[in-house]
Design a protein around this ligand. Structure first.
Ligand SMILES: NC(=O)c1ccc[n+]([C@@H]2O[C@H](COP(=O)([O-])OP(=O)(O)OC[C@H]3O[C@@H](n4cnc5c(N)ncnc54)[C@H](O)[C@@H]3O)[C@@H](O)[C@H]2O)c1
Length: 424
């Protein structure tokens, strides 16, 4: 696996440079229909709105033109919120605008309507269960893409994303992923040291995302099964992938970035003690041994139980030393100062620079591999078995229910329990 990030660091203060880059289109990839970045956002909740904020601050020549959400109240709320963002000084100073008019689409097919609008830059921020379908549609339609992480919840979905990666390459479409640490100055500098050999050959490491319990949305009277599960998406594996996939993927991605490859297999354990049905059927915790090539082995732990020890971090161990990646420390010495620019903004700056003729950027393979790394561990914890990379990649277990319709019957899925069904 190669690192697919641009090595260029064009920061927001160089917005003028980004526009200047528009003059360099010859031979480079460029935004279809001119240099204006016309953004369509699919999934207009917290992150969709956050990404709107970030893209409007990233470069000049950005206009948000279409929004789509499964639910009308979310879409309408987002329209008002994002139009408000368009009036903020940092945005108007950049000459960027929000001009969605009546291009606010609602429903399970809203993504098709956003993609069919006159947009050249799609932002995907729905629950991850929908991501493979939406990535495939955006790339097939020839749009540049910013996709939130994770990019799927199962093997069939990841295969679709890897196919889209190849197609995007063929079509010279640029893609950035919401694994924003790869666009974060301090992480980039620390990785440079690791890849430069300052801690020797990598032999192990640890990564964690341990925090308190997260959110749930209790079912309301009148909601159909599908509405209830989609409103409460974090707690259903077909939508979220479980929190090892949905959230811990950030730290797992850092480990894959450090090792410049993905693990060959995982042995994981986890379970759930919470009984509140509002929290669906996700686990409370996972603890995983990952086995990388050359015998390197890493530990990954993620937990969502309140009042316990917390940590969100990554550490890599080599034959000559260690790096605490999240605190930018190599062999006990800090190698980068505080980040000057939000990585959430920088990821859009990098993507737009690539679209306008900079170094080609396509992060789909990296994020697909990191997502599958997390899925592999979940499969191991749910089954109690060792799961190899090929088992996860070639898995035929598709978690997305077939023929989604608002009035369909969608029973509460059972909790995954490893081992024999009947035991003492
Ligand atoms: N990179 C990061 O640091 C970061 C931070 C937060 C969230 N995220 C990611 O962003 C994604 C969204 O998270 P969020 O916190 O914004 O959730 P959210 O619930 O606030 O927003 C999701 C939105 O998607 C809509 N939606 C659901 N299914 C849809 C569909 N099929 N078509 C169109 N819209 C649909 C929902 O109605 C909702 O408005 C997740 O994948 C999450 O992992 C990333």
């Amino acid at each position: 696996m190669t690192t697919q990030n641009s090595t260029r660091r064009d920061f927001i203060k160089t917005g003028a440079t980004a526009l200047g880059g528009a003059a360099l289109l010859a031979g480079g990839v460029h935004a279809a229909g001119g240099d204006e970045i016309r953004v369509g956002i699919i999934g207009c909740g917290g992150r969709g709105s956050g990404a709107a904020h970030d893209v409007l601050r990233s470069s000049k020549g950005v206009r948000i033109v279409a929004l789509g959400d499964a639910f009308e109240d979310r879409a309408k709320g987002a329209k008002a919120r994002i139009e408000g963002l368009g009036k903020e000084k940092e945005v108007t100073d950049n000459g960027n605008t929000v001009d969605v008019g009546d291009r606010v689409f609602v429903g399970l097919d809203a993504y098709k309507k956003v993609i069919a609008s006159d947009v050249n830059y799609i932002i995907l921020a729905t629950p991850p269960g929908f991501r493979p379908l939406h990535i495939e549609a955006a790339i097939n339609a020839g749009k540049h893409l910013f996709t939130e992480k994770p990019v799927g919840v199962d093997g069939p979905g990841i295969r679709k994303v890897l196919a889209a990666y190849e197609k995007a390459k063929e079509k010279k479409l640029c893609v950035a992923a919401g694994t924003q640490r790869r666009h974060q100055e301090g992480y980039i500098e620390t990785m440079k040291r690791i890849h430069g050999g300052e801690i020797g050959e990598l032999v192990g490491g640890q990564c964690y995302w341990m925090q308190g319990i997260l959110w749930s949305v209790p079912r309301q009277k009148g909601w159909t099964d599908l509405q209830a599960q989609m409103r409460n998406w974090y707690n259903y594996v077909w939508l979220c992938g479980d929190h090892i996939v949905e959230q811990h993927v950030h730290n797992i991605d850092v480990m894959n970035w450090a090792f410049q490859t993905h693990p060959e297999k995982a042995i994981s354990m986890g379970f759930r003690t919470r009984t509140n049905k509002d929290y669906g059927h996700i686990y409370d915790f996972f603890a995983t041994d990952y086995y990388y090539p050359n015998g390197a082995q890493t530990l990954s732990m993620c937990r969502q139980i309140s009042d316990c020890a917390n940590s969100i971090s990554e550490r890599v161990v080599g034959t000559k030393g260690t790096a605490q990646v999240n605190s930018y420390t190599v062999n006990g010495k800090r190698v980068a100062a505080r980040d000057r620019v939000s990585p959430y903004v920088q990821e859009h700056t990098d993507l737009i620079n690539a679209i306008r003729g900079g170094t080609y950027l396509n992060e789909l393979k990296n994020v697909a591999e990191s997502t599958l790394t997390a899925i592999m561990a979940r499969m191991s914890a749910y089954s109690g078995k060792e799961i190899k990379w090929a088992d996860a990649l070639n898995s035929t277990e598709s978690l997305m229910p077939e023929n989604l319709a608002w009035d369909m019957q969608l029973p509460e899925p059972p909790l995954a329990v490893p081992g024999p069904k009947a035991r003492n």
